[in-house]
Design a protein around this ligand. Structure first.
Ligand SMILES: *[C@@H]1O[C@H](CO)[C@@H](O)[C@H](O)[C@H]1NC(C)=O
Length: 169
């Protein structure tokens, strides 16, 4: 009985510290890749809104750079200058629900899938595969983090239920 009470207290303390009492919905996948580069995180960018576009730079070997648009605002660019930058725009109501890819010491390939059934693939088929999906039903990709230098060394994916407050398009 004591143990049960303690568990209930712990559980409620966690919910209250998160602002509102609700079911857990956040999870993360990764980080995938190597240890080089400097750490980056879009945890603050996510406050600008849900992900509405992606810019991914690739050369013949690696994912060399990226930026993400949250609501109407682009994140800082991370990565290097090698290769070509491609941009994809999500449609209204479209969210990323799965990311797969390949890595060795760097990120070689990224493939994004959306809730509207679209897939966007970048990079080359080399290295170890990963598949990143949210733990909780209905959660979507809300921000990314990782390590970058001349390339994207590593990447992690953060999932949650959609924010109510963010501007979309
Ligand atoms: C891709 O970019 C990285 C980082 O600049 C570089 O080391 C690598 O040689 C490039 N690969 C090709 C095929 O250009």
């Amino acid at each position: 009985m004591f143990h049960l009470t303690l568990l209930v207290l712990l559980c409620c303390a966690t919910s209250i510290s998160a602002g509102t009492i609700k079911k857990p919905s956040a999870s993360h996948s990764g980080e995938y890749g190597g240890n080089g580069g400097l750490r980056f995180s879009h945890s603050v960018d996510q406050l600008d809104g849900p992900i509405t576009a992606l810019g991914i730079r690739t050369n013949a070997s690696y994912i060399t750079g990226l930026l993400v648009r949250y609501g109407r605002k682009w994140s800082d660019y991370v990565g290097g200058p090698s290769g070509e930058l491609q941009t994809i725009m999500l449609n209204p109501g479209e969210s990323i629900t799965q990311v797969s890819g390949k890595f060795d010491s760097y990120i070689c390939k990224l493939k994004f899938q959306t809730n509207l059934g679209r897939r966007f693939s970048f990079g080359v088929d080399v290295g170890t595969s990963f598949t990143a999906i949210p733990l909780f039903p209905g959660a979507i990709l809300t921000y990314i983090s990782g390590r970058s230098g001349a390339v994207i060394d590593a990447i992690g994916f953060h999932w949650n239920v959609e924010f109510g407050g963010g501007a979309r398009h």
